[in-house]
Write a protein of this length. Structure first.
Length: 255
């Protein structure tokens, strides 16, 4: 069984556990996922089966769209609401126009420091494990690309926005940095990945649906990938063109 599954991961399980549950349904042991989602996050998780596992790295380079909500009056150790919330006094909440202007400054290629509680490895050890031992070390800033950010709602202290970004971007870090720019707190409260390249959450398969379906229903054949990528309505640049050519070359060897 070779191909991809556009899986809609639910909140509450890791990406690895989601993959194990799908393996039990497909009976395909040779499989992997392209891009981890935190347990508290939901949405598009691309599962690669059989020969499709050779495309994991290329799929991880696809642009991703996230819908997120956050609070600006608190923070936490992880910049996520899964840890104890720490109140942040704010004398005067920022106006909507100020928030819009602050978000716009994050668009483009920016330097971003990953959160200490993350899977980034330091000396071969995941940073979150070091943090649990009180051995967390400062992580280095790295360039990430944010194509666009759209504010959907702002009602102090809650903010609701959508963003399209490249590989390696941490939404929690963006919310942390937004709080610094606004002189407020910043803590993620919900996160959903609504799109990866041409794969949208509306077409994502849940565990319940997969259990009642056949591979002919949910499996995306490898030969369909290039057509899907060519017709997608996502940001296009030289990196995208090079990635598409890479897909073509890789698929020639796989199919």
């Amino acid at each position: 069984m070779d191909g991809l599954i556009n899986f809609n991961k639910p909140v509450g399980i890791t990406s690895a556990k989601a993959l194990y549950r799908v393996r039990a349904i497909t009976r395909q042991r040779k499989s992997g996922h392209a891009g981890t989602l935190d347990p508290a996050a939901s949405g598009v998780l691309l599962l690669c089966l059989g020969k499709g596992t050779k495309l994991v790295e290329r799929l991880m380079d696809q642009p991703k769209v996230y819908r997120t909500t956050a609070r600006l009056d608190v923070t936490s150790e992880s910049f996520d609401s899964d840890r104890p919330l720490i109140p942040v006094p704010v004398a005067t909440p920022p106006e909507r126009e100020t928030v819009v202007e602050a978000l716009a400054k994050f668009e483009g290629i920016i330097e971003q420091v990953p959160p200490a509680i993350s899977a980034i490895k330091v000396g071969g050890v995941p940073s979150y494990k070091l943090a649990a031992r009180d051995q967390a070390q400062p992580l280095k800033a790295r360039p990430v690309k944010i194509d666009w950010i759209r504010l959907h709602a702002y009602d102090w202290p809650m903010i609701d926005f959508e963003m399209c970004c490249g590989r390696g971007t941490y939404v929690r870090s963006l919310i942390r940095d937004l709080g610094i720019a606004l002189e407020t707190g910043g803590c993620l409260t919900s996160l959903a990945r609504t799109r990866v390249g041409p794969f949208e959450i509306e077409q994502g398969w849940t565990l319940d649906r997969l259990e009642k379906a056949t591979p002919a229903d949910y499996l995306i054949p490898l030969e369909h990938l290039v057509t899907m990528l060519e017709t997608r309505s996502m940001p296009r640049d030289r990196r995208w063109e090079a990635g598409l050519q890479g897909f073509r070359t890789a698929l020639q060897w796989l199919t």
